[in-house]
Design a protein around this ligand. Structure first.
Ligand code: SER
Length: 314
């Protein structure tokens, strides 16, 4: 069944690819973001929407009448630390504005959470679905508060809201912006262009990661799963885990003279608070989640796609 789908934050790393996939499946998609993107050409209608502008959000939704909304607009972890109160406002008030409209217009909603909800007191390996959650970053606090909010709206108002705790996402179409895990995308551009990369995380800073095709397919599968199989407010969602050193070793198999050096900055302190790996057995059991990309496949695709992209742009 094709649907009317509104994407908020469509110009970001995930939004761009969600628009493409959902449009490709024959849905009527309206892409929106806070400004006109300079580097993305949407295959769908596009409108400017600021999630903090309640009136504008209301009128776009009243007019488009979406069956489903993907609310992807947020400030990521590293940027949020620079503007904590503004990031809180965008991440939380933006979500509350969308939740209130979900009550009124009764659309199905997707909202992304993150591995950043976990904090220094959380077990770091195979982090369970239910565990100690004491985030110390403003991004993590906003994502965990968001999880509680969506669960509240689900129970209090009977809405259909689904959510995933994304790991670091690796993709070549749109750049990530302001995250702690962005190194795992930047490294490929630098490896191809300059054969060297100065990494802002420590060499052994292992984090959970996922190739974007897995993330997009998983997100759409979650949204299409039967409502009564949804047992968790937001699902742990995992594929692979690696450190910068392990990633660089894999890149060296293709570019033998690639060199990585390490100059950890404040982002390394954020990453140090997060899990090294995630137990996503609830997602695998409840809606049959399975990842397809391992580290070697991901590196092969990233290197070849980014090389092609850079060639085209020169
Ligand atoms: N990738 C995100 C970040 O680094 C985590 O959700 O901020």
């Amino acid at each position: 069944m094709t649907q009317r789908i509104l994407i908020l934050g469509a110009a970001g790393q995930i939004g761009t690819e969600l628009v493409e996939s959902l449009h490709g499946q024959g849905n009527t998609v309206l892409a929106t973001d806070i400004k006109q993107p300079s580097d993305v050409n949407f295959p769908t209608d596009y409108e400017i929407v600021d999630v903090l502008d309640r009136d504008r959000l209301h009128s776009v939704i009243a007019k488009f009448k979406p069956d489903v909304v993907y609310h992807m607009a947020a400030i990521l972890s590293a940027t949020a630390e620079k503007i904590p109160l503004k990031a809180w406002e965008i991440n939380m008030q933006g979500l509350i504005n969308v939740l209130e409209l979900a009550r009124k217009f009764e659309f199905k909603l997707f909202w992304p959470s993150s591995i950043a909800i976990f904090g220094p007191t959380t077990p770091k390996d195979n982090t369970p679905q239910h565990t100690i959650v004491e985030p110390l970053t403003i991004y993590g606090i906003s994502k965990y508060a968001g999880e509680r909010f969506i669960d509240y709206y689900k129970h209090r108002y009977g809405l259909d809201i689904r959510s995933l705790r994304y790991p670091g996402l690796i993709s070549w179409k749109a750049m990530p912006g302001g995250g702690t895990t962005d190194y795992a995308v930047e490294i490929f551009y630098e490896a191809i262009k300059n054969k060297r990369y100065v990494c802002y995380l420590s060499s052994d800073r292992t984090l959970p990661m996922m190739y974007m095709d897995d993330a997009i397919r998983g997100t759409i599968e979650l949204m299409n799963a039967p409502k009564d199989s949804m047992k968790e407010a937001s699902y742990n969602f995992a594929a692979i885990s690696f450190s910068p050193e392990e990633l660089s070793q894999e890149i060296k198999k293709h570019i033998p003279d690639f060199e990585i050096t390490y100059d950890p900055d404040e982002r390394d302190e954020l990453a140090a608070q997060w899990p090294r790996s995630i137990d996503d057995s609830a997602a695998r059991k409840d809606w049959n989640w399975q990842h397809r990309y391992d580290l070697s496949k991901l590196v092969e695709i990233m290197l070849s796609q980014i090389a092609k992209k850079l060639e085209k742009s020169t």
